[in-house]
Every structure is written in structure tokens, then in C-alpha cells.
Write a protein that binds this ligand. Structure first.
Ligand code: PLP
Length: 479
């Protein structure tokens, strides 16, 4: 590779050959996604242990390394890019983003500061502006692309803290629901709050934040001398896809002077659809919104977003100064991302969002998201037809939760039965589902959010569920 003197610099032909070799394996892999098992992690420990090695002194050819990756390492995994992945919150990873990453890494321009690559930074700023438009934020809103929803939630907590609390902020209290994603609690702790300052407000039967309980908790905390400053609402919970009453929470936030952060990491991009806009009514009243393009926009992992209604809040929270840095822009249109986020050097993640949106147009995403809403409703109706199946969460968006609940069984019994049912469904390897616990009841979840999941795979999913239910009735699972 390269010359003897400069081996790190491959020749033009060598670069082309590398890309061709990788492209061959990548395309073959993507073409085989539908026929790959939905999850294959049985001998994970063996596969992982076999790969342990010391620091290599000498290089080796690419072909063997690609073999190692595609033949050994990639297959031992959840098929999280495939059509049968209905677990946790899927996404898939649209292909043009992979091409964008190749380009971004190859040109390796510096996008942390505006002056270093103003036009490339502008492309990322366009993406942030498009996201602001999707959530109906006004001009003056802005934001950042993050590595994911957790970092977006973390940055939101820090921004809210710096906007609403004094330097000594330890009496500040944060309001979440018992369904809020655990990254919010983690964010609070990382932002310096005692964990006991995070309130978990009870939810109603629909798993939505109880407004009365929120109001009461805020009042009690104030009377106790604490400083309520932040409420986090959910725009699609990870557990059941529940959407809080955003107008109701926003009213309380207004009355109480709380910063309202909306965790819409799962549900936010459904704003592209009419049903999503209905479910998320009130979204634009949030002071900040976490989105996860690597979920609802089907981008590859490592792409989140935080939007803030007053973009200057991010600057006030993050801006610092150093003699060795170039001058920052003082212009809302031209952003230095290092000045409004925790990061300085970072990848050009904007291109990963920009290229597919430009290439396909946003309507292609809208249509695909609408299909996901249809599929979740279709699956729920089919589940209802199976005797003794109980729907535990109707789909607000694209997530449905259910269990098998024959009469006369104790809760413990039912939990055991449904754990077994989940294992039987997943053992068929056509789909991969995960479970959760809802108020003590074990539930199976179907989350439809991969752009590769279509009706055929959902029919397979329902067939597998029906067969597995029949097997579960027949008796305990054989080891
Ligand atoms: C996935 C998710 C998160 C965490 O996002 P990451 O991208 O995994 O860091 C936070 N909140 C909700 C509702 C989520 O679904």
C-alpha cells in the first residue's frame, strides 16, 4: 500500500480498488438483509473472544480484513438494518448516508468552526433549519446535530439549567414522567444535579404524564424551598409510544415558568405526516426538542438533533473563549457549531442528513413514515383477532404493545407465559421483537420504524405470532 516511504498514502488506483472491494461487500450485504436472520447473537462471546488481538506492527491486505468483518463480525448481531427489526426503536440506515460518510471522511474538512468551511457548515445549517421547519419552530430557532437522542437530552438539560437557574443550581428540580426515557435522568446527573432532584410523575392509563400530579409536585417543591425549572415531556415514549398532552404540559410550564423540553427522539419526525401532527399538537410550544434522525429519518446510528426555540440560548450556554481560536461569527445565519454545542472537533454529520434529503426529497420519507403508521394499526387489528390477546398500548404512532392473557392465570404466570412467547417468536428469526414491563405486566412490543419494513414482513410477523401463541398454549417451551 502506498510507497515504501509513505505507506499511509495509497495511490489513485489503490484508492479505487479499496472502494471497489468495500462496495462489493457492502452491496452484497445490503441485498441479503431480508434473508439474514432477524437476530443472531447466540455465540456472541465465542465470536468476540476469537477477535481479541494485540496491536499489529505490520499491515495485511484489505481483502482478508473485509472477510473478517463481513463473514465473522457483522453476522453476529441484531439485524438492526433489516426489515424484520421491530425491536426497541428501529431506523435502518438509508444508503446515501453511507456514501455521504465516505465523502465527508475523505475530504475531512473541519466543520466545528464556521470560518474553516463556511459552505459545508451552511449545508449542515440548512439541515437544522429544515428540522426546525418540520417541528413548526419560528425563525430565530436553531439547534445542533448530535450523536443521538441522549446527547440531545443532555445538552437540553444544560441549556435549561443555564437559562433558568443561578450558578449554584443544586436546588433546581426536574420533572419527568415514569415513562420518560432513562437518558433524561442520566442527563440530569451528568449536568450536576443530585439524582433525587429528578421527579418521576405518575402516568395515566394511556402512559401519559398526569397533569394534576405534575402541578401538585411543582407546588410542593416550591413550598419546600426548591426551584422547579424544567419539565421534560415525551413525544412518543420508548416503552409504548405514548405522547404526553403537550398543550397541557406547555400550559403548566407557562404558568410555573418552567423550561419545557420535549423528548421526541422516537416520535418527532412523524411531524412530517398528518397523523403525526395531530398526535404531537403543541410541539412548537416546547423550548427545546430532541429528535433522533437515526430513528425517524432512517439515517445511520450516530445522528441526533437538539432544536431550541431561541437559538441564542445554546450560545449563552456553551460560548467560551480561547486565544488560539479563530474569531466566532456574531450572526444568527452563520453558525460556529463549537460555540453552541459541547463539541469542538467532530465528524461532518450534517452531510449524512443532507445528501439523502436532497437526493430523495422529504416526501419520500413522509410516505414511508405514513406506511409505518398504517402497518402498526394493521398489526394491532390482526392481534386483536387472536383469542386471548390483549392490547396493552394502542398505537399513537407506530408502536403497539400486547400480551397473551388467558383467563384465570396469575400475573406472575402471565409474565412467564409472555416471556416464553417472545422467545418463541424471536426463535423463528423472521422478526426481532423486544418486551417491556408496563405497571408490572410483561408486554411484547412491535415498533415499526424501519424504512425497509413493509406489509410482507408484517404479515410474516403476525403469522409467527399466531403460530407461537398456538405453541405457547400447547405447553411450556422445550429447552
Ligand atoms: C432512543 C431514545 C432516546 C435515546 O436516544 P439515543 O439516540 O439512543 O441516544 C431518548 N429518548 C427516546 C424517547 C428514545 O426513543
Amino acid at each position: 500500500m502506498g510507497t515504501d516511504l509513505y505507506p499511509l498514502e495509497p495511490s489513485a488506483e489503490e484508492m479505487r480498488a479499496m472502494i471497489d472491494q468495500a462496495a462489493e461487500r457492502v452491496v452484497e450485504h445490503i441485498s441479503s438483509l431480508p434473508s439474514q436472520p432477524a437476530s443472531y447473537t447466540q455465540d456472541g462471546r465465542t465470536v468476540a473472544s476469537a477477535l481479541v488481538e494485540g496491536l499489529p506492527e505490520q499491515g495485511e491486505p484489505l481483502g482478508g480484513l473485509l472477510d473478517l468483518l463481513f463473514d465473522n463480525a457483522v453476522p453476529a448481531s441484531f439485524n438492526s438494518a433489516g426489515p424484520g427489526y421491530l425491536a426497541y426503536i428501529p431506523g435502518g440506515g438509508v444508503f446515501p448516508s453511507a456514501v455521504a460518510d465516505l465523502i465527508a471522511n475523505a475530504v475531512n474538512r473541519y466543520v466545528g468552526v464556521w470560518v474553516a468551511a463556511p459552505a459545508l457548515v451552511q449545508l449542515e445549517t440548512n439541515v437544522v433549519r429544515w428540522f426546525c421547519d418540520i417541528v413548526e419552530y419560528p425563525p430565530g430557532a436553531g439547534g445542533i446535530l448530535t450523536s443521538g437522542g441522549s446527547m440531545a437530552n443532555f445538552t437540553a438539560v444544560v441549556a435549561a439549567r443555564r437559562e433558568r437557574l443561578p450558578e449554584d443550581f443544586r436546588s433546581g428540580t426536574i420533572y419527568t414522567s415514569d415513562q420518560t426515557h432513562h437518558s433524561v435522568r442520566k442527563a440530569a446527573v451528568l449536568a450536576g444535579f443530585p439524582e433525587s432532584n429528578v421527579r418521576e410523575i405518575a402516568t395515566n392509563d394511556g402512559c401519559e404524564l398526569s397533569l394534576d400530579a405534575l402541578r401538585q409536585c411543582v407546588t410542593e417543591d416550591r413550598e419546600a424551598g426548591l426551584e422547579p425549572f424544567l419539565v421534560v415531556a415525551s413525544g412518543g415514549t420508548t416503552n409504548t409510544g405514548a405522547v404526553d398532552d403537550l398543550e397541557g404540559v406547555a400550559d403548566i410550564a407557562d404558568e410555573e415558568g418552567l423550561w419545557l423540553h420535549l423528548d421526541a427522539a422516537y416520535g418527532g419526525f412523524f411531524m412530517l405526516t398528518e397523523r403525526g401532527r395531530t398526535a404531537l399538537r403543541g410541539i412548537k410550544r416546547a423550548d427545546s426538542i430532541a429528535l433522533d434522525p437515526h430513528k425517524g429519518l432512517f439515517l445511520p446510528y450516530g445522528t441526533g438533533a437538539l432544536l431550541v426555540r431561541d437559538s441564542e440560548a445554546l450560545r449563552r450556554a456553551h460560548s467560551t473563549f480561547a486565544d488560539y481560536m479563530p474569531a466566532m461569527q456574531h450572526d444568527a445565519d452563520f453558525v460556529d457549531y463549537c460555540d453552541v454545542s459541547p463539541e469542538l472537533s467532530r465528524d461532518f454529520r450534517g452531510l449524512r442528513a443532507w445528501l439523502p434529503i436532497k437526493l430523495f426529497g422529504i416526501d419520500a420519507f413522509r410516505v414511508n413514515l405514513d406506511e409505518k403508521l398504517d402497518l402498526a394499526r394493521w398489526a394491532t387489528e390482526r392481534l386483536r383477532e387472536i383469542p386471548d390477546v390483549e392490547i396493552l398500548a394502542e398505537p399513537r404512532l407506530s408502536l403497539t404493545a400486547f400480551r397473551l392473557a388467558p383467563a384465570g392465570r396469575s400475573d406472575d404466570d402471565l409474565n412467564e407465559l409472555n416471556r416464553g412467547l417472545l422467545a418463541r417468536i424471536n426463535a423463528r428469526q423472521n422478526v426481532y421483537l423486544t418486551g417491556t414491563s408496563l405497571h408490572g405486566r410483561f408486554a411484547l412490543r412491535i415498533c415499526v420504524l424501519s424504512f425497509r419494513t413493509h406489509r410482507d414482513r408484517m404479515e410474516q410477523c403476525l403469522a409467527d405470532i399466531r403460530d407461537s401463541v398456538a405453541d405457547s398454549r400447547a405447553g411450556p417451551r422445550q429447552a
